[in-house]
Design a protein around this ligand. Structure first.
Ligand code: TRH
Length: 386
């Protein structure tokens, strides 16, 4: 087995933060825990800067920690075999530059070429994980690598120190209070039930706010700037800038800045319930060991509803309230359920299950641990190909 030392990761930002969020997390882990020389090629440095403030948006090439970051748009052209990394990864099937592929075909030995795919709990993923695909012109083979929730997939991204960091943070109320205090939360807010809200604009946020407002429990909802902007603006009665807070009835809604990626974990760890979305935050919510509600990335023909149901089945919380809440939150409903959601009732039921759901989230974590982590699994698979 030859130990790979260099890796090129190609990331196209389709929309939102998930593409670069996942690639950046993955790149950091490859470099920090496996000593790999990573070059991250990314086409949108502005989006990258939102989750990593150190990014210089005008730089064609920059070093961030141990990682070389190349602005994809300005670096294309001809490549020589010497430019090619030992492992080449295209994220979500983004097409890497033709000149790069041509140079890959001239390398001896050929680099390992992987397509790192999107996350789904559906069964077909197991059948496609690690499948090869021959290049039509060059003698090159690309393999598909799927994250997932079973041992027949690549598992999920998880840093080696994550569990210990979370445990330390969650067992230190002063550290949690100091962390939340920097966003302006008062001691009363810190003591209340804390919910983070990260979702797409079409989530029924206004209806949920109303249910919380009319509820009998002191709650605080923490919303990163830019999330559910219309509903949050309407609730606040003013622009949703960081630091703005408004209390109505039993609920306080507080706008936070969009925090760097590592701080987002702390936010999830410090809260009692997390609303997450897309692909990366939903995984982080699973590592937080707290109940979560997933707003899944919408797809044509409601394909995402199928994906959500597959996840809920695998997650197997045996909680009708979690399933119903999650389905209605995503515009679907349980079999035989009413078309329209009763948010007050859904919330009451979910709240009653909260302790059991917290216990379940820890059991689920134990299952996920048995799968190893995606980065180590991917490197093992790469070694098997060399
Ligand atoms: O931003 P997203 O909706 O990204 C989506 C999904 O990945 C989707 O599957 C994909 O197809 C689409 O992009 C193109 O949600 P996601 O995946 O949770 O990514 C958000 C990232 O932003 C994640 O890495 C966490 C990070 N984040 C912060 O760093 N700070 C914050 O304050 C918040 C709210 C998020």
């Amino acid at each position: 087995m030859t130990q790979a030392t260099s890796l090129a990761l190609f990331c196209k930002v389709v929309d939102n933060y998930g593409d670069i969020g996942i690639c950046w997390r993955f790149a950091r882990q490859l470099a920090q825990e496996h000593g790999i020389a990573v070059t991250l090629w990314v086409d949108d440095l502005h989006t990258f800067q939102r989750i990593c403030p150190a990014v210089q948006t005008g730089a064609a090439l920059q070093q961030i920690g141990a990682i070389a970051v190349r602005h994809w748009a300005t670096q294309e052209g001809a490549f020589a075999p010497a430019d090619i990394a030992d492992i080449v990864i295209e994220f979500f099937g983004c097409e890497i530059p033709p000149g790069y592929i041509a140079a890959m075909a001239e390398c001896e030995p050929r680099p390992v070429w992987l397509n790192l795919e999107g996350l789904s709990a559906e069964e077909w993923v197991e059948g496609c994980h690690t499948l090869p695909s021959m290049h039509p012109r060059f003698s090159l083979t690309k393999h598909f690598f799927f994250p997932g929730f079973t041992e027949k997939t690549g598992g999920l991204l998880r840093e080696a120190a994550l569990e210990e960091e979370r445990r330390q943070f969650q067992s230190d109320p002063a550290a949690m209070a100091a962390f939340l205090g920097q966003f302006g939360l008062t001691p009363q807010e810190i003591a209340a039930r804390k919910v983070t809200l990260f979702c797409y604009p079409h989530a029924p946020v206004a209806q949920l706010f109303k249910a919380w407002e009319e509820g009998d429990e002191d709650m605080v909802c923490l919303v990163p700037q830019g999330v559910a902007a219309q509903a949050v603006h309407a609730f606040l009665g003013e622009a949703a800038n960081p630091g703005v807070m408004r209390r109505r009835g039993a609920i306080s809604v507080r706008v936070l800045p969009f925090v760097p990626q590592q701080d987002y974990d702390k936010l999830l760890w410090a809260s009692d319930l997390n609303f997450v979305r897309g692909e990366d935050s939903v995984v982080r919510a699973q590592w937080a060991g707290k109940p979560f509600i997933w707003h899944i990335y919408p797809q044509d023909e409601n394909l995402h509803h199928k994906k959500l149901r597959a996840f809920l089945q695998r997650y197997a919380a045996r909680s009708a309230s979690l399933d119903a809440f999650s389905l209605y939150w995503n515009g679907a409903h349980p079999q035989g359920g009413a078309e329209t959601a009763d948010w007050a009732a859904l919330w009451t039921d979910l709240r009653a299950d909260m302790a059991a759901l917290t216990r379940h989230s820890l059991e689920w974590q134990r299952h996920l641990y048995t799968l190893g982590d995606l980065t180590t699994n991917l490197l093992k698979f790469s070694s098997s190909l060399r």
